[in-house]
Design a protein around this ligand. Sequence first.
Ligand SMILES: C[S@@+](CC[C@H](N)C(=O)[O-])C[C@H]1O[C@@H](n2cnc3c(N)ncnc32)[C@H](O)[C@@H]1O
Length: 427
Amino acid sequence: VRAEAIAALVRIEAGAWSDRLLASREALLADRRDRAFFHHLVLSTLRWQGALDRALSPFSRRPLGALDAPLRAALRLGLAQGLLFDRPAPVAVSTTVDGLRRAGAERGAGLVNAVLRRALESPEPLDVRATLPAWLVERWSERFGDEACAELARVLATPPRPFLVASPSSGGRARLAERLKDEGIEAEPSTLHPQGLRVLAGVPQESRAFSEGAFVLLDAGAAAVALLAGRAAEGLRVDLAAAPGGKAALLAHSGTGPLVALEPVRSRARDLARNLRRAGGRAPVQALRADARRPPLPAGSVDLALLDAPCSGTGTLRRRPERRHRLRPEDVRRAVRLQDELLDAAAALLRPGGHLVYAVCSLEPEEGRERVAALTQRRPDLVFEDPAAQLGPEFARFVEGDPPLLALRPDRVDAEGFVAARLRRLL
Ligand SMILES: C[S@@+](CC[C@H](N)C(=O)[O-])C[C@H]1O[C@@H](n2cnc3c(N)ncnc32)[C@H](O)[C@@H]1O
């Protein structure tokens, strides 16, 4: 398991995405507990990598960045085992060195052994803020304060809890929870969605109920955004940036009006079509491979446009832990340009009286509040609606500012970070 984990960390550092890589490698591990441990080791090491590096560097004569990638991966993994998994130091060191040898990097074993021994001798607690890139810490400390920034870092360094929404075909969440229990999955009702369940134990995507489309697996914040997009809608609806399709699936469940779901990236469009087929629903659904800046729909024809825009993803660092190592301030600036183009295209689709729901899984104001404010300058025929009016009073505590936007922060609610606005085109 350690050898596989070191190999995986090396490939992720070279650019692979953890979710796809882990899925492709775990089949090599026959034992279910080994697979779970493999996941946990790799993802925790990635989440804490910045803080692990900071703690390791005084003990390595050569800078970590100058070491061969497998040695760097082994050092991080070894320290994570000792400090995050509470393995006694000698066990953390010996299993890591053994893993490194099995991963074929015999030559670095002495160095890894020596550095880890020293680092684990009398370790200081890891600095959780170092798990985030320095520019983000600076941004968040300035905006939210030092304490809230540290709390955000702490929350984003923990594994997310799976969340699911019962499909209409399941007979409702109470029946679904019973069924899942029979399959060894424990889940409890959530206040964030009337059909939502928080998973407390078990792996829902391995259940029969999942393959039969009895629920949609998505983050609780994403489910709230889908709720904001509407209940029981009847007219033409479009999800302009739909893959992998969690929100589109909930739209298909929540109305009878036709739904068109767009995604330009070929592999993601394929996943989207498959996920929407599995989720079912009463609405006729069409998944299309298309760029939403040039949507294949007539202007002024749409009752509801959902734009869950591509963004820097600073609210979702928990789910894709390596994203934090790749994120640069320019990514925010680049996302903003595309978001404006997509917002203009989405607004052009609305019929008079139609609604636009805009969301980003980013905590950066440039991508959220500032984008919709700029849109309403360009399009004064669009007006804001209070998200709490659509979502219900239990969401009032997550509605912020003027104009009122839904603002979910992972340090305040067990969900990813989202900012979302609901706008209506005047008649
Ligand atoms: C935040 S994700 C959407 C998540 C999705 N709404 C869900 O609930 O599963 C943004 C998506 O926008 C797609 N995208 C990027 N550029 C786009 C464009 N020009 N038009 C439409 N979608 C785009 C990305 O490939 C990505 O799949």
